[in-house]
Write a protein that binds this ligand. Structure first.
Ligand SMILES: Cc1ncc(C[n+]2csc(CCOP(=O)(O)OP(=O)(O)O)c2C)c(N)n1
Ligand SMILES: [Mg+2]
Length: 205
């Protein structure tokens, strides 16, 4: 991997990324990695383009499928390989390069939002980029985090990596939006005439 460098980060090519996953596959098939691995593939061009817009001091959050994100954020190839061989593929974390991941579906969303809040409160200029799968993007935790972040003007960008599947299930057929009127909840509106709780009068018991 002899490449040019951008902000101190070695610029990787599509072939570099594919070669990395090929090498991990060989190690896995040889029984050298005694833990799950989730390989990427087919998204090299998209990620290379996206990472061109991410600065070294900005934060990247990801999921169980984060080998490419770690490499593109500047974690040395040998360190990523070692962590994977140590059984940490599904939760790779390299704070030095500001890339953090979790294997819990949606679990990384509130953590990323918290970091974005911290940056905003400190008056920082960095942004947070969080990569989630298409099924994760259908979960409640994602929707709450995305709405909360938007309402508070937090410096965070959610990036949905859509491969159409949730493990082996077609994501949209199971988790997609409610389309017809009888699928959606019936709503009525009213103006509450009482306080949220109690009567509005302080009662001493
Ligand atoms: C809380 C939780 N429930 C279930 C799982 C098992 N699980 C791992 S990946 C996954 C599907 C995720 O699909 P998607 O978000 O589309 O990501 P992809 O793997 O396709 O990139 C599930 C259900 C998990 N890791 N965490
Ligand atoms: Mg998916």
């Amino acid at each position: 991997m002899t490449r040019s460098s951008r902000g101190g980060i070695t610029v990787l090519t599509k072939d570099d990324l594919i070669a990395f996953e090929d090498e991990i596959a060989v190690l896995f098939n040889a029984g050298k990695i005694k833990a799950p691995v989730h390989l990427a593939g087919g998204n090299e061009d998209q990620l290379i383009r996206i990472f061109r817009g991410i600065e070294p001091d900005e934060w990247v959050f990801s999921s169980w499928r984060s080998h490419y994100h770690c490499l593109l954020k500047g974690v040395p190839r040998e360190r990523v390989t070692q962590a994977i061989c140590d059984g940490r593929s599904i939760a790779l974390c390299f704070p030095e390069q500001r890339v953090v991941s979790s294997a819990i579906v949606g679990g990384i969303c509130p953590i990323a939002v918290g970091v974005a809040w911290a940056i905003k409160r400190a008056g920082g200029q960095q942004r947070v980029f969080i990569f989630i799968g298409d099924m994760t993007a259908e979960t409640g935790i994602y929707h709450e985090c995305a709405k909360y972040a938007a309402r508070h003007g937090l410096p965070i960008r959610f990036i949905v990596e859509n491969n159409d599947v949730s493990v082996a299930t077609d994501t949209q057929s199971v988790w997609g939006p409610l389309v017809s009127a009888d699928q959606r909840p019936f709503k009525y509106h009213y103006d509450l005439t009482r306080p949220h709780v109690g009567t509005g009068t302080w009662v001493a018991f």
